[in-house]
Every structure is written in structure tokens, then in C-alpha cells.
Design a binder for this molecule. Sequence first.
Ligand SMILES: C[S@@+](CC[C@H](N)C(=O)[O-])C[C@H]1O[C@@H](n2cnc3c(N)ncnc32)[C@H](O)[C@@H]1O
Length: 431
Amino acid sequence: MRRISFGGFLVAGTHFKHGAAEYIQRLGNMTTDETGDLRSAGVVQVLDVGCGVASFSAYLLALDIQTMSFAPKDGHENQIQFALERGIGAMISAIATKQLPYPTSSFEMVHCSRCRVDWHGNDGVLLKEVNRLLRSNGYFIYSGPPAYRKDKEYPLIWDKLVNLTTAMCWKLISRKVQTAVWIKEENESCLLQNAEQKLLKICEVVDDSKTSWNVPLRNCVQVRSAAADSLKLPPRPERLSVFSESLSKLDISQEEFTSDTLFWQDQIRRYWRLMHINETEIRNIIDLNAFCGGFSVALNNFPVWVMNIVPASMKNTLSAIYDRGLIGVFHDWCEPFSSYPRSYDLLHANHLFSHYRRRGPGCLLEDIMLEMDRLTRPQGFIIIRDDESIVSRIQQLAPKFLWEVKSHLLENKEKKMETVLICRKKFWAIV
Ligand SMILES: C[S@@+](CC[C@H](N)C(=O)[O-])C[C@H]1O[C@@H](n2cnc3c(N)ncnc32)[C@H](O)[C@@H]1O
């Protein structure tokens, strides 16, 4: 079932006076000098900060633009739950004191419409985080009172924003109605000059293969070498096949990447046959150990969306997932995932438990199962494949979680037979 159009107030947002579609078209005009839409402006992946019920993301889907939307649980109550129930990818989070759990250089656009974030505060440290997340020539879209109001303290805030963004060498390319648009041009000499004049600090070079997990914000800007940005990514769907340079740095070869892609195409056909459901019964999917996103790519033509998770203690393959035009997040499965209970129709855990085998109290196999159970909708599916000893332990425990469990034998990547559990969370009530 397609769940996007709930109708009524949910299709709009607090900022979209004439609806999200009109607003998105306006952004397209602003980013293309009135000649096109966001897609022709090169936007493929968007981060929506303070997304509300994520209408922005829902309406970007028509342009095949993928959005990672987030907002905290604050006075706006259960906005993320609404988004997930509409079948739109979103998670609970806030931009605050730590780096967001997304890799560097992952989005062509970061968006904030009335997102209530004080971008001008603390020396613009949050704008520097936006700078980290934006790809070269990516846009920062800001729709909020300082962009258009001339009363109260708004002009002062606007001046601060202009000073901070100019110091980072962003260019203000349009300001109209209630929105301002900056472009992050990669301009090494401008950054070095501004650093010399003490307008900003240049970050020490960090290893991009490290995951952004529990990393404090950095009040500095990274100078990216021309070589780092040499990869010009194609639009979707071609982007789905991109073999990211970041994979070579992790010693993952093009051959391994291609065989992973083919493997998951075959597995998805088998999974759907084994689950005995039609395509439209599943919408929200989470891949708990996504590697380089092959599982998600294989689902591209299904009416679903996939939250790709790369465990924070693994190698950073999430950059490669973003380079394929998909969305995802780093996470430590010894902690709760930042989402509502019963938010996902299908959970996929490929060799996840073996990775956490030695983590000990608080992160036992049962703890991870419990968190998976929390995330699964009644009647939802949980697919698990792992080492034989782990799978048989899960098979024993599954009925205690009120999961129906069926065991199947499927080929693994090495063409050896492997046990795959297809579990289904029962619809139960305490009477
Ligand atoms: C007025 S609503 C706007 C929602 C949506 N952007 C729209 O235009 O309809 C403000 C949003 O900002 C979110 N928000 C507030 N502080 C935030 C923060 N530090 N990080 C991320 N989102 C935040 C709120 O939870 C809420 O989703």
C-alpha cells in the first residue's frame, strides 16, 4: 500500500503556504536561474533538517530525489511517527553538539524551512557541519524569518549569516519570497585567504574512512583537494551503479562490488517468493548491515524505501552507499535506533549478530533481537542470515519474541548453502 497521501494538513508543511509542490518548483527556479527544476540543478540527495512530517521529502520523490529527513521529538510531538506512517523515510535526531551520523560530502542540498536552528550562533559551528555534509557545488536552502523579515533582531541575524557563509566561501545565489539559497563552491584559495585573515579555521585533515559517530562538532572547514572531488556522479538511476572511489580505499574491489549487486538481485526475488506477499505489502525497510547497499539497489523498482545502516564499528561503506544515490546512517546496534516502535515492515540483518558477538552485557544477541522486535510492525518480517551457531540460537529464541520462524537454505556469496531465517512478528494482544 502506498501511504504518502494522507490528505488534509499533512500534505503541507508549516512553511509551504501554496503546498510543497509549488515550493519545490520555486527552489528549482532559484537554483537554475529560472531555467529548470531541482533535478536539472543536479540535486539527487537532500538532507532535510527539522523536517516536520516530511512533506518536503514526499514531494521530492516525484523528481526521483532521495531525502534523509530528521527532527527531534520536541513540542512538535510525534512528527517523525507521522512521516513513517506515511511511508516516508525519516528519523529522530537533532543538530546540536555532535556531527550528524552521515558521511562527509553526501548531499547536493541541505534544506531548512523554519527549522528553528540558530545557524548564526556559536561562531556558525552548525553551518560548518552543513559544509561537511554538502558535496561540492551543493546548495544550502534556508527558508526562515531572517531571510525576509526586517523587524526585531532578524536583520542582525541575517548579517551574521552572510558574514559566516562568506567566510566559508559560499555564494548567495538567490534570495526571494522567504528563502535564501547559497552554493558551496569548492574554492581552496578563498578558504586559505580567509583563514589567513582569521575569518575561519581550516580543519586538520581527517580520515574520511572513519565513521561519523559520537564525533564532536568541529568549528573549522575542511579544504578538499581537487582530486577528492574529481568523481562527477551521474543522476539516478545511473548513480545506483557507481563504484565509489571510497571502496577502493577500503580494499573492496570492483569485482566484489559487482558480484554483491548481482547477488542481492537474486536474493530479493527469492525473499519475496518465500514471504508469499505481493510487492505492495511492504513499504518501510531497514537494512541493519548494508555493506555497500546492494540489497537496497535491488529494491529500486519496488514501491519501498530503505534505510541503509552501516554499523559505526565497521568500515565506512556508507559513503559508497551515498555515492550510489541511496540514503542511510551510521549506528551502533548496542544502542536503541532513533525511531519509533513498530515503524518498519521489513528488517534485514545480514551477518549482523556475528559482528556484535563479543560486545558482552547490554549488547547480547537477545538485546539486539529485542530492539529489532521494537522496530517491527505487527505482521512485519525479519530476515536473518548469519553463522550457523547464531542462526540456531535465534531460531530457539524467536518464539519467545512471538515471532513465527521459518528456516530456508539459500546460497551465500561464496555459493555455499546458508541458513536464512524468515521470521514474522505475530499480531498479538494482551487479554
Ligand atoms: C516549524 S517546524 C517546520 C517543519 C518543516 N520544516 C516545515 O517547513 O513544515 C520546525 C521543525 O524544526 C525542528 N527542529 C527544531 N530544532 C531542531 C534541531 N536542533 N535540529 C533539527 N530539527 C529541529 C522541529 O522539531 C520541527 O520539525
